[in-house]
Write a protein that binds this ligand. Structure first.
Ligand SMILES: [Mg+2]
Length: 235
């Protein structure tokens, strides 16, 4: 290790954890609830998950209620609430734990900046139970919807917590909102373009420094990265 530590700051959804895993966890919770209160011909959890994998439909709850002859106006709000309130069953993406350990072992630090409804994000983070110090863990919704990315507030909290850092890197999956604020603050950025991500970056994101998996991410961030803003000026 050489020089002062850098802070490698992560996004949560579709970065450390697969958003598809969270969706399926929620669908299972909703299916189980409906089976208990309004049993049908097939297990609701399995039907919802299989249907989601096949179609990615946005109206799966409505479809399942129709199959069970249930009144949508009465049941849908309960299912949506159960989805948002469920305690997710989640695991870090393959390779994530090893990568985070390697980043710490070489002397760098970890942080998190994540958008999304506060209670949902807290439950996700607790379910992941990562065995490493992240400082700080910033859920932008702590300050409200107006402070979600690309607002710089979350990134400013990370900088304030590490006044001695040699540099900052943000790792995220969504170029449309993840990189604008950290780039403006002088950070480097890395696109984690995992094949399972729900969001597929458009082709104009190809020029971004990117990793397809956590092993590539560790290698890419081992060397100093050019701050994103400087890179934009150059091209
Ligand atoms: Mg994300």
């Amino acid at each position: 290790m050489s020089g002062a530590p850098r802070v490698i700051c992560f996004d949560l959804d579709d970065t450390l954890v697969s958003e598809a895993d969270y969706v399926e966890s929620g669908l299972r919770a909703v299916g189980t609830l409906l089976d208990r209160e309004l049993p049908g011909p097939e297990p609701g959890a399995r039907w919802l998950v299989e249907r989601w994998r096949q179609t990615r439909a946005r109206d799966l709850f409505q479809q399942l209620l129709a199959r069970r002859g249930a009144e949508e106006a009465r049941w849908l709000p309960r299912l949506v609430a159960a989805y948002r309130a469920h305690l997710p069953t989640l695991a870090p993406r393959p390779g994530a734990v090893e990568a985070l350990g390697a980043i710490l072992a070489r002397g760098d630090r970890l942080a998190l900046v994540s958008d999304g409804w506060l209670d949902v994000q807290r439950r996700k983070w607790e379910a992941l139970a990562l065995p490493f110090p992240f400082a700080p863990v910033v859920f932008t919704d702590e300050r409200g919807r107006g402070f979600w990315k690309p607002h710089p507030w979350g990134f400013e909290q990370v900088m304030a917590a590490h006044p001695d850092a040699a540099g900052f890197v943000y790792v995220g999956d969504n170029p449309a909102k993840d990189f604008e604020a950290p780039a403006a603050l002088g950070w480097a950025t890395v696109l984690l373009a995992h094949e399972q991500n729900l969001y597929s970056p458009s082709s104009d994101a190809v020029a971004l420094p990117s990793a397809r998996n956590f092993a590539e991410l560790v290698a890419l961030t081992a060397a100093p990265l050019i701050p994103a803003a400087a890179r934009c000026i150059r091209t």
